[in-house]
Design a protein around this ligand. Sequence first.
Ligand code: PLP
Length: 452
Amino acid sequence: MYNSLRMRDIASQIHPQTNLAAHETVGPTIMARGEGAYVYDDDGKQYIEGMSGLWCAALGMSEKRLVDAATRQLNTLPYYQNFAHRATEPAIELSERLLKIAPVPMSKVLFQSSGSEANDTAVKLAWYYFHAQGKPEKKKIIARNRGYHGTSIGSASITGLPHLHREFNLPLPGFLHVTCPHFYREGRPGETEEDFSTRLAEELDALILAEGPDTVAAFFAEPAMGTGGVVIPPKTYFEKIQKVLKEHDVLLVADEVITGFGRTGAWWGSQTFGLEPDMITCAKALTAAYMPLSAVLLSERLYAGMKAQSEKIGVFGHGYTYGAHPVACAVGVEALRIYEEDGIIDGVAALGERMAEGMMPLADHPLVGEVRGVGLMWGVEIVRDKRTREAFPAEMQFGIGIQNRAFENGLVCRSLGTAIAFAPPLISTPEQIDAVVSRFRDALDKSLDAYL
Ligand code: PLP
């Protein structure tokens, strides 16, 4: 049944976010190569990569300028570290570029390799900062249900998805979660979007007061949630949330791991949705996923505290071997150059309109409760009953069925909770965007036929 590569995979490799028992019978789909927005499996079948991998391959699968940037750096200095006063030119140049495009004034950049590491780092920086302020008790972290921030012990604790916690002894104590700002699912009858946002800001305020403002360090938020099923913040949400945070001197960390570098049609989701964060975490499209790299951007206020603290202790005791990897940074510099010089970000605004034109009419489909999105990140809420908004029971795996039919149609999309998510590469052509929609609509129709 399996060719030897499939058998070798089953025999040797653990696949994250996978039913490991099912994998032993289902086996892997092996992707062999990529070109632009397409990937090809080892049988040569073509798929539109409608998720950019994991929301990350923003420039598609064959951008030679990124390959050349990596090759040049590999041939010059394949590795160096940035501990203890060492630096490389690509890391310096990338820091400068990030500070230049930051959505609010930022003072410094700290590199890691993954989004999870960036969010772990941001937690540690918040703690370190409040120690420097003489407030060591100010250390609780608040985030939202359905938020996704990573999978390490710290970042999974920030994450608000039960399957990331269950049977892993997570979240750690001191990591708290508030209501997901998804109006369609969490709004109450008669409530407007603005009322809903007011209620969620009041909930946050009440939680901070109940815990004690002197014990709460930071609030983490994706400007638009990705893995939680693409949730676009309701009107006035961040305005009201930020007012509460300011009142209680709670830092705002914008997790821009998905939304950074154009996904929402602006450089940053913070610009699209009006966030003024104290720290920004980013990764994924930072290198268009050609190399692993993440960054934390931090404000002058935070930096000043950290500087004072490291002076007192004698060292800033944090860092990763591959933190500012010169090859990753060289690819990052080239990716930012491409976004800028090729007008990629403006292009997303136009492609996003095209996607909206295709996606919004799907709201009439009997299986669709809500269509939501911004730029090139979209979610389609799947319902069993449009009127009551009842979802299919999780054990039916109805969304996975739709995802699989789309896959048969040559489209990669992703079932996340009760939604199907889309995040095509930012370099997709308008025709490819149309094909994402039509292949998905066909998968929906087939799923409805199979259900009825
Ligand atoms: N934050 C967000 C918003 C993400 O979507 C992800 C990954 O999907 C992460 C953090 C974690 O990034 P990584 O998988 O690189 O650790």
